[in-house]
Design a protein around this ligand. Structure first.
Ligand SMILES: *Cc1c(COP(=O)(O)O)cnc(C)c1O
Length: 413
């Protein structure tokens, strides 16, 4: 895994050069595009600081990255910043998820939700196109700890879902439940499966055992396409655990969702969708005739500034810098776990992820609320409260929390 760390001067130059390759609404006669720079009274473009602010300059220039730019034909007006997006998609696919060079497509989606739904949409159409499958013959398989965007997708796409139970303690998919539900689905006439594996669930940070699941599916000769929801873990897990089965080297994986707006600290609107070549075509909207190259995405118009922001953060750190930063977060999370151990507090944690889910019985509600821990459910009595060790959490804050917790336990003993 390697990409270079650039100086802020180098980053600025690359972005400003990309902007120069876009057509400037102020300098070129553009008569037909229903787009322009941001409102010039509110977002004036001659503010002196903009010269040194490549992201804000891009935001104000307002390039529209509509469509997918890894497939060839795209809107020529914004080719400079589209090129940075393409470079970013390739970097994520090739350097983080070990794809063969140039063998992937992808785009910067509004978030993990959109990227997950894009995947379901592609595979639903793939099964229809390739096998003449009826929609009723297609189902999505995912664990009960999966993100709710999968339920949204299933609902929108009118396909059925098969939700697999997990072990209460280790949060792993119950393979017996998977096998049983597969048998039932096959008996009911479902023949095509879209499988979602979590490269960390949102609530627990648990990582589905992909080898066990694909082992079972292959043994049973199941026809499936597998998507990895790495919205949470995509920018941390591969750095903390190199050599896992969660890469494009694994032939069973076809696509990934990764959210830059979680671990990478980029603005909202930076979900990343990555997929092997030859699949995006299944969601080509041919009716998008006024868009050069037509459209293969769910969202339509989207800001090119989002791709630029992610590109900038990755190059500000370089692969080595990012690895060090993620390793530190994971180590700090381990420190917190050791302190919980000393207090006999029960929790779930994956050692390569920065989430700790604490058993609700082991923590007083008022402390969970004081420190804004997040519950597994606000609709029923919480069973878990989670800590997510994000970069803003200092050692001092952890100390305060631990002191409070310790005092509470002493009183109750
Ligand atoms: C956050 C998250 C999502 C959804 O991402 P949004 O960016 O909020 O749309 C999907 N899956 C997982 C595992 C997540 O953690």
């Amino acid at each position: 895994m390697f990409w270079p760390k650039l100086t802020s001067g180098e980053i600025k130059k690359r972005v400003m050069d990309a902007l120069k390759k876009n057509v400037d609404y102020r300098k070129t006669p553009i008569l037909g595009i229903p787009a322009t720079y941001l409102d010039a009274e509110v977002f004036y473009d001659d503010a002196p600081f903009l010269e040194n602010a490549p992201f804000l300059s891009t935001l104000i220039a307002n390039p529209n990255h509509i469509g997918c730019h890894t497939l060839g034909g795209s809107e020529k007006i914004f080719k400079g910043t589209q090129e940075l997006e393409r470079e970013l998609v390739n970097l994520c696919a090739e350097q983080i998820f070990e794809c063969e060079p140039g063998m992937q497509d992808g785009y910067i989606a509004s978030g993990g939700t959109e990227a997950n739904i894009e995947a379901l949409w592609i595979y639903r159409n793939y099964f229809r196109n390739r096998y003449q499958a009826d929609t009723r013959e297609i189902a999505v398989i995912y664990s009960e700890d999966s993100h709710y965007s999968l339920s949204k997708g299933v609902n929108l796409l009118n396909i059925s879902s098969i939700v697999i139970r997990v072990d209460e303690d280790n949060r792993q998919l119950l393979l017996t439940d998977l096998e049983e539900k597969l048998e039932r689905a096959l008996a009911e006439g479902i023949h095509y499966f879209i499988v979602n594996m979590n490269l960390s669930t949102t609530m627990f940070g648990s990582v589905d055992d992909i080898d066990k699941v694909t082992g079972l599916l292959n043994r049973k000769n199941i026809t499936y396409k597998l998507h990895v929801d790495a919205a949470f873990g995509g920018f941390i897990y591969p750095f903390a655990n190199p050599g896992s089965s969660y890469t494009f080297k694994n032939p069973h994986i076809t696509s990934f969702t990764i959210d830059a707006h979680k671990m990478l600290q980029t603005p909202y609107g930076t979900g990343i969708f990555l997929i092997r070549k030859e699949y995006m075509q299944h969601v080509r909207t041919a009716e998008a005739q006024y868009v050069p190259g037509t459209d293969h995405t769910l969202c339509g118009s989207r800001s090119g500034a989002n791709a630029v922001a992610v590109w900038m953060v990755l190059h500000n750190h370089g692969s080595q810098g990012w690895k060090t930063k993620m390793q530190a977060l994971v180590d700090r999370t381990t420190d917190v776990c050791s302190q919980l151990d000393a207090l006999d507090i029960r929790y779930y944690r994956n050692p390569n992820i920065n989430i700790i889910a604490i058993r609700a019985e082991d923590i007083p509600v008022h402390l969970a609320e004081k420190y804004f821990l997040v519950a597994d459910s606000y609709e029923r009595k919480p069973q878990w409260w989670k800590i997510v060790k994000m970069p803003h959490i200092t050692r001092g804050t952890i100390d305060l929390f631990m002191n409070d917790l310790q005092a509470e336990i002493r009183v109750n003993k």
